[in-house]
Design a binder for this molecule. Structure first.
Ligand SMILES: *[C@@H]1O[C@H](CO)[C@@H](O)[C@H](O)[C@H]1NC(C)=O
Ligand SMILES: *[C@@H]1O[C@H](CO)[C@@H](O)[C@H](O)[C@H]1NC(C)=O
Length: 186
């Protein structure tokens, strides 16, 4: 048990420094009913995120493509220190009864992290949540508001924050992502 704890904390400590962990297990938010994976594919811009990662790049976007074997190719890109950087990952539907509960991994050596689509209209915005239980004692979570365009109306953002909050997800520390001055890199 002790070594398990040590391992857990070795893994968790870097995360804790980046954000505030919450006591107790992950919340169980409702996800998009009747989720249509195909309509979700394509290009999404990161409009806002939790936790704040000030050191990270800007112009963050992800391109999802359905591959023939029903997995998802995930290509995320950002501009960091003036350079366009891309990473490729893989997405899967983790639970066929809950197709809005995806898992995404950016490395063969890492397990899939939850990537749950709480709500989306496919053409304007999407709310994504990822939460990991640590020994059911506490949890670390991530949340994103994604847009099909680099900006979304304030009313959409307000409603998005409300949906998170209604699902017991604390987004008071959510910060806007930088999506200005991006197009000259394309
Ligand atoms: C997204 O990926 C698809 C398939 O690889 C590609 O055809 C498309 O051009 C990409 N879109 C963007 C905006 O990168
Ligand atoms: C959030 O919950 C409140 C209270 O139940 C409700 O009035 C509101 O419509 C909900 N908002 C959204 C966006 O679901």
């Amino acid at each position: 048990m002790q070594s398990l704890l040590a391992l857990a904390f070795a893994f968790v400590l870097p995360l804790i420094r980046a954000q505030v962990p919450h006591w107790g297990p992950c919340p169980e938010p409702s996800v998009q009913p009747g989720f249509n994976l195909e309509k979700f594919m394509g290009r999404w811009f990161e409009i806002a995120k939790l936790p704040a990662q000030f050191e990270k790049g800007r112009c963050i976007e992800t391109n999802f493509t359905l591959t023939t074997d029903n997995s998802i190719r995930v290509v995320s890109s950002e501009i960091l220190k003036g350079e366009l950087r891309k990473i490729q990952g893989t997405g899967v539907v983790e639970d066929l009864k809950n197709p809005a509960k995806l898992g995404i991994s950016y490395s063969y050596v890492l397990p899939y992290s939850p990537y749950w689509i709480l709500s989306t209209d496919y053409v304007n915005s999407a709310l994504v949540y990822s939460c990991t239980d640590i020994l059911r004692l506490f949890h670390v979570d991530f949340a994103w508001i994604l847009g099909r365009t680099r900006t979304l109306p304030e009313s959409t953002l307000k409603r998005a924050r409300q949906i998170f909050a209604n699902n017991s997800i604390d987004v008071t520390r959510m910060i806007p992502s930088k999506q200005q001055g991006c197009d000259k890199y394309l």
